[in-house]
Design a binder for this molecule. Structure first.
Ligand code: NAI
Length: 336
């Protein structure tokens, strides 16, 4: 079976190349999947796509017309796929439900620690021979209240790490996780979690319910000076509102691994180009903002697992007509 792999970087190739041993013919392209590039899938029975590829109805219609039958996502989130359209065209959509919750939870912790102790600023200072400590004051994590919104696989690992630091754990999730409760996490309403958390970590998927969960009218619910961390999906926060929150001081620090408009920026070297996104440019001016470019998943173990599950999905679909980890509209409803 021929598979066109979109948004393919050298590291994707390195881990996916082993698919050849299963008889798959992988055609890599660095191009993002979009209406303009969908034609590259001509002759392929499957496409392999990533977080910022466009899988809206018009793109799925084009893939269907080209004879593609399977969309194999090499990520967990599937907010970029129009599942209703996929069903209409009879396209199977598969994903990697879990590859390493540790990778994302550990990176979330790295952002919390880095932001709190101002490692990003200290690193630059020391390199310039500036050993002054003014402006680098942090706080003990021990005893602080951390709210985790979305206590699934990643939220649970994060809760375990935070428990080790001696944090008090609050949770919000429509489906509370007994493993988190066993760690001492107390579930409450979103308002409770917002108002009591010194650190608020967003680890839920992007759904109609979670879209812009942090916005202009929910900002006043947050504990003044909160450290807000988003490693879920960019659309869970309204970035413009969060900028206002940073300016007013309601948000004391912001750590992001995802950004609403990241599709135009992340995963590319744009260092020689003019940054056209004024909202993102404004975020970069704050000393109390730490941003990474969707790298939380990026560990050796995670990429290894992603390749294994993705190739497994494709081979199972080729051999049986059904992918091992398919996503349907019904599951999306259950998810949200
Ligand atoms: P999961 O499916 O195990 O857990 C998600 C949890 O969110 C579930 O417990 C679910 O009940 C909960 N949830 C659903 N709607 C909610 C709502 N309205 N409010 C609060 N919680 C809600 O997923 P997992 O593996 O923990 O991943 C979570 C998200 O992290 C993914 O959907 C993805 O968007 C993001 N992610 C980010 C990565 C990165 O590199 N930055 C990598 C992998 C995932």
């Amino acid at each position: 079976m021929q598979v066109t792999v979109f948004s393919a970087k050298p590291y994707d190739r390195h881990f996916l190349d082993r698919g050849a041993a299963s008889g798959l013919s992988l055609r890599y392209t660095e191009a993002h999947l979009s209406l303009e590039t969908a034609g590259l899938a001509d002759g392929s029975g499957a496409v392999c796509a990533f977080v910022n590829d466009d899988l809206s109805a018009p793109v799925l219609a084009r893939l269907d017309a080209l004879g593609v039958r399977l969309v194999a996502l090499r990520c967990a989130g599937f907010n970029n796929v129009d599942l209703a359209a996929a069903r209409e065209y009879g396209l199977t959509v598969a994903r990697v439900p879990a590859y390493s919750p540790h990778a994302v939870a550990e990176h979330t912790m790295a952002i919390i620690l880095g932001l709190n102790r101002k490692i990003h600023r200290a690193y630059n200072r020391v390199r310039e021979g500036n050993f002054a400590l003014d402006g680098l004051l942090g706080f003990d994590l021990h005893g602080k209240t951390v709210g985790v919104v979305g206590t699934g696989k990643i939220g649970e690992v994060l809760a375990r790490i935070l428990a080790g630091f001696g944090c008090r754990l609050l949770g919000f999730d429509p489906t509370p996780n007994p493993a988190c409760e066993a760690l001492g996490m107390v579930y409450g309403s979103l308002e409770d979690v917002f108002s009591q958390s010194d650190i608020l970590s967003l680890n839920c998927p992007l759904t109609p319910e979670t879209r812009h969960m942090i916005r202009q009218d929910t900002l006043p619910l947050l504990k003044p000076g909160v450290m807000l961390i988003n490693t879920g999906r960019g659309g869970v926060i309204d970035t413009r509102a969060v900028i206002d929150g940073l300016k007013s001081g309601r948000i004391g620090a912001l750590g992001l691994d995802v950004y609403e408009e990241e599709a135009d920026l992340f995963f590319e070297d744009l260092s020689s180009q003019v940054l056209r996104d004024d909202v993102f440019a404004r975020l970069l001016t704050f000393p109390n903002v730490l941003i990474t470019g969707h790298q939380a998943f990026f560990t050796h173990e995670a990429l290894d697992n992603i390749a294994e599950t993705t190739l497994g999905n494709i081979v199972a679909f080729r051999d049986t007509g059904a992918a091992t980890h398919s996503v349907s509209v019904e599951r999306l409803a259950a998810h949200g």
